[in-house]
Design a protein around this ligand. Structure first.
Ligand SMILES: Cc1cc2nc3c(=O)[nH]c(=O)nc-3n(C[C@H](O)[C@H](O)[C@H](O)COP(=O)(O)O)c2cc1C
Length: 193
């Protein structure tokens, strides 16, 4: 049984929902899991206290949450010595034409933080029209229209592929449960769903 950290950043809640799903999946496999929002901590506990770490963040205007970026950059040397994984939540990942864009968000994040996780995945997020401000709702509707996504602002749309997230957790656990296996961090190779 490992002591694991799931750390996340979210703006509208979808990454928190995914992080909770990941934490529950890990607990179902008898691991001890701390689930934390990066923004809620001034004195973030060192990843040294954990056997392995999963970090998730969502993309807004091409960037992941600054709080997550700060925590990861501050603790990169420990993260690089532990089994670790990153999931990036966006909508670009939904479109074949924009898939490279979703991967670019990730490689920028990893370049800027100096972190080389063992597993990386890009996950489709959600359109939460009912939670957006009027202006945000208008902007997201225009973007959705041009991208061929739903434009009915009276409801929310979730695109997250939960089976993909479960497979990501399985791959992460292989690194946790096989500590003798040599880890080969590959920040440039984002796994496909
Ligand atoms: C204001 C705003 C800006 C966004 N910018 C991007 C973007 O640049 N690229 C992208 O792929 N998705 C973008 N998205 C989509 C979000 O990544 C997606 O809605 C995700 O589910 C948000 O996760 P969260 O609820 O955890 O914050 C944006 C969403 C909003 C509301």
């Amino acid at each position: 049984m490992a002591h694991l950290l799931v750390l996340y950043g979210t703006s509208e809640g979808q990454t928190r929902k995914i992080a909770r799903f990941i934490a529950d999946t890990l607990r179902d496999q008898a691991h001890t899991v701390d689930l934390m929002a990066a923004s809620e901590f001034e004195d973030w506990p060192s990843p040294d206290a954990y056997d392995a770490v999963i970090v998730g963040a969502s993309v807004h205007s091409g960037q992941h949450q600054a709080a997550v970026q700060t925590v990861v950059a501050d603790h990169r040397s420990v993260l690089n010595r532990r089994p670790s994984a990153f999931f990036s939540v966006s909508l670009a990942v939904l479109d074949e034409d924009h898939h490279e864009e979703a991967e670019r968000y990730v490689s920028n994040f990893l370049d800027e933080t100096g972190w080389a996780p063992d597993e990386v995945t890009t996950v489709a997020g959600a359109l939460r029209y009912t939670k957006y401000s009027v202006i945000k709702c208008f902007i997201m509707k225009q973007i959705s229209k041009s991208s061929g996504r739903p434009t009915d602002t009276s409801r929310d749309f979730e695109f997250t592929d939960w089976d993909q997230v479960a497979r990501f957790v399985d791959r992460f656990l292989q690194h946790v449960e096989s500590p003798d296996t040599e880890r080969t961090p590959s920040p440039q190779s984002t796994s496909t769903p």
